[in-house]
Design a protein around this ligand. Structure first.
Ligand code: UD1
Length: 392
């Protein structure tokens, strides 16, 4: 059985890592088990395809190194571009890979342009498609990721769902129940893996903290090593591509930073816009500590001890729920409703007023307590690989 694992953008790398580890372990034990029984070994073969959607070291390669993912077998070199250009580039090169490799299954994760491009390409070649993190819906078609999710699910043969809402959404869209598998949240496999790595490698941890806290990474300002601090990430085009919106959000962050330090690893898109819109004045001289994009372990070691996380990312809403850290999601909606229903996540909207209103409640100690959702237990990759092998 031959599997191609697809990853292209930053949030994909932590989702393929547990699958790579599980497939590696399985292919070894499967071989030994079959040999013992004198059976002809049917190889479990897997290859990694990196589309190149994200290419900077901090956005890509460092994740492979830290999460023990081997070098990709194929690098498609897609790079940046408009959605159509990026998607088309990935499709064109990935089609050649499929024709050469003839895989049985292509596994795509998440909701980025690489997910859509590779699922559609594979399906048109009659190759089975497995989508990990299927069924999530924000019901907001202005979000490119929502379009990617819907299209990917519509061509997928195996739909691996991370939360119950995914099952409901897919059933509503007419998917066959037999194709839907409640496998759990794959990112949480990586979260536990990363936490263990940080604990095991004390030296590494101190290095990470040194880098995060090193003054040269920060905007000039007062350097307080306060006990409680917040962490912010912002990259969604709807928040950062409009000057007024970005300014309003940064103003709210500046206000919060009067109470506690804020660490702000800046996505390239956001950095570019802050410069283009001349909004640096809001960061300079404040307690907002700006850093370049961080590696997975650096970022984890930072946010896991934060008092508060503010983000417009998808995955961070889930990760904070697992570690019980309050999360303000700077969006009007979320495709991950379980983080609101059961977790520590609160939707605060996309303007400064909403952020500060939620912060006021937080400051008064009105902090949401949460529970860990079902199957967010670090064993999702095991369940997925078992299902893929059983169904072949
Ligand atoms: C993509 C995903 C988004 C995900 C995010 C995480 C889609 C539609 N969006 O958005 O869901 O949450 O990744 O980071 O797939 N750039 C660099 N270096 C890189 C990559 C990009 O500088 O390694 C810059 C380029 O100028 C590019 C911009 O960042 O134009 C945006 O990159 P792109 O891949 O288009 O989308 P993201 O905003 O990163």
């Amino acid at each position: 059985m031959k599997i191609l694992l697809i990853a292209g953008a930053r949030p994909n790398f932590m989702k393929i890592a547990p699958l790579v580890h599980e497939l590696k372990a399985r292919s070894k034990t499967q071989g030994a088990w079959r040999k013992k029984l004198g059976l002809k070994s049917r190889e479990l073969e897997y290859k990694i395809v990196h589309t190149g959607q994200h290419y900077d070291y901090e956005m890509s390669k460092v994740f492979f190194e830290e999460l023990d993912i081997p070098e990709p077998d194929f690098f498609l070199g897609a790079g940046s571009g408009t959605h159509a250009v990026q998607t088309a580039k990935i499709m064109t090169v990935f089609e050649r890979v499929c024709l050469q490799e003839k895989p049985d299954v292509v596994v795509v994760v998440g909701d980025v342009n690489s997910t859509l491009a590779c699922s559609v390409t594979a399906k048109k070649l009659n190759i089975k498609v497995a989508h990990v993190e299927a069924g999530l819906r924000s019901f907001d078609m202005t979000m490119p990721e929502e379009i990617n999710r819907i299209v990917t699910d519509s061509v997928s043969d195996y739909l691996f769902v991370s939360e119950k809402s995914g099952i409901d959404n897919l059933k509503r869209e007419g998917k066959n129940r037999k194709q839907i598998f409640f496998a759990g949240n794959i990112m949480i496999d990586t979260l536990y893996y990363g936490l263990k790595k940080i604990e095991n490698k004390k030296l590494r941890k101190s290095e990470i903290e040194k880098k995060i806290l090193s003054p040269e990474l920060h905007a000039p300002g007062t350097m307080r090593h306060a006990d409680s601090y917040a962490v912010v990430t912002l990259h969604r085009p709807s928040n950062v591509d409009d000057k007024d919106k970005l300014e309003d959000i940064l103003l709210a962050l500046k206000k919060i930073s009067e109470d506690m330090d804020i660490y702000f690893p800046v996505h390239p898109r956001t950095e570019k816009n802050i410069n283009d819109f001349k909004l640096n004045y809001l960061l300079e001289g404040s307690s907002i500590k700006v850093t370049p994009p961080l590696s997975y372990l650096e970022f984890l070691s930072l946010w896991r001890d934060a008092a508060l996380v503010l983000t417009d990312s998808g995955g961070i809403q889930e990760e904070t729920t697992v570690l019980g850290i309050p999360c303000f999601t700077i969006r009007e909606n979320t495709e991950r409703p379980v983080t609101i229903k059961k977790g520590t996540n609160v939707l605060v909207g996309t303007n400064g007023k909403g952020i500060l209103k939620a912060y006021k409640r937080f400051k008064k100690g009105r902090i949401k307590k949460g529970r860990v959702p079902k199957y967010w237990d670090g064993k999702t990759a095991q369940r997925i690989v078992k299902i893929l092998i059983a169904h072949k």
